[in-house]
Design a protein around this ligand. Structure first.
Ligand SMILES: [Mg+2]
Length: 119
């Protein structure tokens, strides 16, 4: 079993960020997109909800192509999963949840559903 990693950090493989060590995922995203999107887009839940759906759509399209064409798109799927993860983390932050908070909320929700079904 692997060791748990810090929940909101990511190692950066190249560039200045590597020199500064682990960078918070949301901060890295902000730096990467600062020249592409208005500043509010990392904090506006409306933008983030649409972006999350867009990335989920990109993943669904890859799954469709794997199913339809029988091609290996594992690398592409992993990239879309990473995109989804970033937008999920950003929108969760709008609602006061960090990575650990998301995990805690998942457990709370699953327990709630299990109780509802007497499991
Ligand atoms: Mg994408």
């Amino acid at each position: 079993m692997s060791q748990p990693r810090p929940p909101t950090t990511a190692s950066v493989p190249t560039g200045k960020a590597q020199e500064s060590g682990p960078v918070e995922m949301v901060e890295l995203h902000r730096r990467m997109t600062a020249h592409l999107f208005p500043a509010f887009s990392s904090e506006d839940e409306r933008f983030l909800a649409l972006a999350l759906c867009g990335e989920a759509g990109e993943l669904a399209n890859i799954v469709k192509k794997r199913w339809r064409d029988g091609v290996d798109m594992t690398a592409e799927a992993r990239e879309e999963i990473a995109d989804i993860h970033v937008y999920l983390a950003l929108i969760a932050k709008c609602f006061g949840l960090d990575e650990q908070g998301i995990n805690d909320e998942v457990v709370r929700k699953l327990r709630k559903v299990m109780e509802r079904h007497n499991l």
